[in-house]
Ligand binder design. Structure first.
Ligand code: ES4
Ligand code: ZN
Length: 317
């Protein structure tokens, strides 16, 4: 199984680049930028990563970002991820970034956008991996903030392919972001949203009906609504599922009960992804392997899921 998973060509469609910040790099960048960390060493960082829900993770995720300061920091972060991805036979990745997590710390748009672009261009040349960016809005902030972010992002229109919606889900439903998603649609961008990770099925309905998303990130709790499952299957909306994330954040009681199998039985285009690999204990192949073991996926099922990921890409190479 290990070899099959390693050797298959795969796409990764749900990875937050800031969630690929390994403790080792956090330490290196903190030193480079003379930023004090609330940890004495790498072991202390790792032992702090004990989450029991989405918010307890997000608090550390936003704190970790503080070490990202210069264009080289963003370059190093992106290049390290793409190098790891290429080593796992990921042929293309559509990668989330959180501009508001950086502009709120007075980092300039040029700093992160140019760092990401340089890493993506060099990884394409050196490693052969194709990567695109999807800009996410932080849903715990008001839509007015997302609208300002969108206007600033339009100065970099050719550097990203779509917009998404992430951060604290419950209490921040997709419908609150209708206007900014309409603007993104008018600009010809692809649309995705995190929905049904901790929120119930109504969040997934809203992502589809009010935002008009082209893929759904997570989608787990759509499993409780049969007419919703049928709608997702009929519209061929891919789900970008993240098993180790769900396990670590306790969005599933047990990986053996992961919703992916049932979605697959209903003909939904399911994919496996890593979400925030530096925080959740594994990159893409580790996610495939964990779910293969827990759900007893067959080689044909693994091939189907990998093929789904290639079909669900917005950019076809
Ligand atoms: C995230 Cl796992 C998850 N859910 C929602 N927003 C996020 N941002 C980074 N990781
Ligand atoms: Zn995510």
């Amino acid at each position: 199984m290990n070899n099959l998973i390693q050797n298959l060509s795969k796409a990764e469609l749900h990875i937050h680049i800031e969630g690929s910040l390994e403790p080792e790099m956090m330490f290196k960048l903190a030193k480079r930028n003379k930023i004090a960390l609330p940890y004495k060493n790498i072991e202390e960082i790792k032992s702090a990563y004990q989450f029991n829900n989405l918010q307890s993770f997000l608090d550390l995720y936003y704190q970790g970002m503080a070490v990202l300061q210069s264009e080289d920091d963003f370059y190093d972060l992106m290049y390290a991820y793409l190098n790891k991805a290429a080593s796992q036979n990921i042929t293309q990745a559509e990668i989330f970034f959180d501009p508001q997590g950086h502009t709120s710390r007075n980092i300039k748009w040029d700093t992160f956008m140019h760092g990401f672009k340089r890493a993506i261009d060099e990884a394409k040349a050196n490693l052969g991996i194709n990567a695109s960016l999807i800009m996410c809005f932080l849903r715990h902030l008001p839509e007015s903030d997302a609208l300002k972010t969108f206007d600033n992002a339009m100065n970099y229109r050719d550097l990203f392919i779509g917009v998404g919606l992430d951060s604290s889900e419950v209490g921040h439903p997709p419908s609150l972001f209708k206007r900014v998603f309409q603007k993104a649609r008018d600009a010809g961008l692809y649309l995705v949203a995190h929905a049904g990770e901790e929120g119930d099925a109504s969040y997934v309905w809203e992502a589809i009906d009010e935002l008009g998303v082209h893929r759904i990130d997570h989608g787990n709790n759509a499993i409780n609504d049969l007419s919703l499952i049928r709608r997702i299957a009929a519209d061929d909306l891919a789900l970008t599922m993240c098993p180790l994330s769900n396990q670590r954040l306790q969005s599933v009681p047990d990986l053996a009960k992961h919703q992916l199998r049932k979605f697959m039985e209903y003909g939904v285009k399911v994919t496996i992804n890593s979400d925030d690999p530096a925080y959740f204990g594994g990159y893409l192949n580790e996610n495939y392997l964990a779910l293969t073991t827990a759900l007893k996926l067959t080689p044909d099922e693994i091939r189907l899921i990998a093929n789904n990921s290639l079909e669900a890409c917005f950019i076809q190479y």
